[in-house]
Design a protein around this ligand. Structure first.
Ligand SMILES: O=C(O)CCC(=O)C(=O)O
Ligand SMILES: [Mn+2]
Length: 194
């Protein structure tokens, strides 16, 4: 595995070119087409706010966050292939949260993927297709920042205490960027599969 990008309190590694350009080109088209994208809204202080991106959820059970309810969905063939491609590196995954950033106005705000669904010290794999976007990590206590540009066909693995001690975000950008699809692969904690 490549070097840890974090200076302390977690483990994030970045692997550009996990997929070749032609494989990533084909997956970008296939995922755009076959995933069941929807415009969800989050409830913030009692108000429904549309998320600044489209999302799709695949997994054996439903998933709820910020009041967004995703019903259970089995993996389509493209997601089975993608999950298979990371098994050697990070093990098996049974859930995917997919994000579609239509342009630079789409984003994901500061958060950690630290829900009990994923268990403690969860490993989360993130795959990127399409436009390069900046991914920023911020230490929850020291506010120290680390950023990495997530390129077409790249893989990012977050492990250990990363979700407990760091937050992450994809900021909006004024640059004229095209569509980007991100897949976050997650594993349900054993106690949550029933
Ligand atoms: O788009 C990305 O690279 C990050 C998405 C993310 O953090 C999430 O879905 O939890
Ligand atoms: Mn996340």
């Amino acid at each position: 595995m490549p070097d840890n990008l974090l200076p302390f309190d977690g483990d994030v590694s970045y692997l550009p070119g996990h997929f070749s350009t032609s494989e990533a080109d084909a997956l970008l088209v296939e995922l755009d087409d076959c995933l069941d994208w929807s415009q969800e809204s989050a409830v913030v202080f009692g108000k429904k706010i549309p998320l600044p991106r489209l999302t799709a959820w695949y997994g054996p059970t439903g998933y709820t966050y910020s009041g967004v309810v995703h019903s259970p969905h089995p993996f389509p063939p493209a997601l089975r292939r993608v999950a298979g491609s990371v098994e050697q590196i990070a093990g098996e995954f049974n859930c995917v949260l997919a994000n579609l950033y239509r342009d630079g106005r789409d984003s994901v705000s500061w958060h950690s993927d630290n829900e009990s669904l994923w268990g403690e010290r969860a490993t989360i794999v993130s795959l990127s297709f399409g436009a390069t976007r900046q991914f920023v990590l911020r230490h929850r206590q020291t506010r120290q920042r680390v950023s990495v540009d997530l390129e077409h066909g790249s893989l990012l693995v977050m492990r250990g205490d990363t979700q407990q001690l760091w937050s992450h975000a994809i900021p909006k950008t004024r640059r004229d960027v095209g569509r980007r699809i991100n897949l976050t692969l997650r594993r349900l904690a054993p106690s949550k599969t029933r």
